[in-house]
Design a protein around this ligand. Structure first.
Ligand code: PMV
Length: 354
């Protein structure tokens, strides 16, 4: 039989939300209860590299994550694959003598190998980079003729936050109104050049896997928190408008105030969940104290902090000088080999999908 293999490799950075997504109105399609805004990181620091391959000799869809085979049967992988397959077009490689028609794709199986250069599922948005990269590379392999906005709606069905990793710079995920999710897509706000003074510092507090997945955490919050509806309906819509304006104007004090407040409110609704969810730990709290104290003593914010569904701190410094001073402070308060578990820093400028 035919012995060919066709492959595509892509690299996608992760993104960190400055206005958080927390809570779904549809768990299968992954539709959020509020808009969110994120910044896409530099692929050199936190990214996923994915190779997708197709061959007539493959008899099932298979996937490896960091070298270990994982089940591809999971609904979210299958949802993404099904959506991409449905949009596949003809592919021809004359040199290799390969010709795949639109219909052939429905019967061909794929193999996927994906690597993260950072801890998986420790609250560093590994699923965001992972699903964005999976959808992007499958779309290239199957010659899907759709823009990144349409692809973002497919990545969203893998992991909500993944839709925002299809673009660089600052990105908004619009929750949308439609029941089928067709208008729940990512929109680029400004590209990575717009505010290139910003420097991101990630303090890895723990690389252990989080205890509560974002899916079950969100479900429990939506079902039990008395605060979540107020957050989604009253607080976030106003913050989205203010944040977009702060980003357009490169207004760091407003940006920092909104970013920190939104992270803190997200963790407050987690604590308001029954049973309560604790993603941050004592070290995370001490990092917050350290940043708050310094910002206060400077009179104007130098650094913003934000925490996702895990204890690791993501700090956004207003410029390189502020980032250097922040690092010095962190190293002073959390010296290497101290009794805290803060063990490494990743520093990078924000950047874009390559
Ligand atoms: O898309 P998920 O299931 O990984 O959820 C992400 C949730 C947060 O990271 C906490 C917030 C966000 O907007 O990314």
């Amino acid at each position: 039989s035919e012995k060919w293999v066709l492959m595509v490799t892509a690299q996608t950075p992760t993104n960190i939300a400055v206005i958080k997504y927390w809570g779904k109105r549809d768990e299968n399609l992954i539709l959020a209860i509020n808009d969110s805004i994120s910044v896409t990181l530099d692929p050199a620091h936190l990214c996923t590299t994915t190779t997708v391959a197709v061959s007539p000799s493959f008899n099932q869809d298979r996937m490896w994550l960091n070298g270990k085979e994982i089940s591809f049967a999971g609904g979210r992988y299958q949802n993404c694959l099904r959506e991409i397959r449905a949009r596949a077009s003809d592919v021809e490689d004359e040199k290799k003598g390969i010709k795949i028609t639109k219909n052939d794709w429905q019967n061909l199986h794929v193999h996927v190998a994906s690597y993260n250069n950072f801890p998986t599922a420790a609250g560093l948005a590994s699923s965001a980079a992972g699903f964005a990269c999976l959808v992007f590379s499958l779309a290239k392999l199957m010659n899907v003729q759709e823009d990144n906005g349409r692809l973002s709606a497919i990545a969203r069905q893998g992991s909500g936050s993944a839709c925002r990793s299809l673009y660089g710079g600052f990105v908004k995920w619009v929750m949308g109104k439609e029941e089928n999710g067709s208008d729940s897509i990512a929109i680029p706000l400004v590209d990575e050049k717009h505010w290139d003074e910003l420097v991101i510092i990630i303090a890895v507090v723990s690389s252990r896997q989080k205890e509560t997945s974002s899916t079950s955490g969100m479900r429990e919050t939506v079902e039990t928190s008395a605060l979540i509806e107020h957050r989604a309906k009253e607080v976030v819509p106003k913050r989205i408008i203010q944040m977009e304006e702060a980003i357009q104007n490169r207004d760091f004090p407003t940006f920092a105030q909104l970013t920190c407040a939104d992270s803190n409110q997200f963790h407050a609704v987690c604590m308001d969940t029954s049973p309560p969810i604790f993603y941050m730990n004592d070290t995370s709290h001490r990092v917050i104290g350290c940043v708050e104290k310094w910002n206060r003593s400077e009179g104007t914010p130098q650094v913003a902090y934000t925490f996702d569904a895990g204890p690791n701190a993501v700090m956004i410094a207003r410029n390189r000088k502020a980032a250097t001073l922040m690092l010095q402070r962190l190293l002073f308060h959390f010296p290497p080999n101290s009794d805290t578990d803060l063990n490494s820093y990743v520093i990078g400028d924000k950047s874009i999908l390559k």
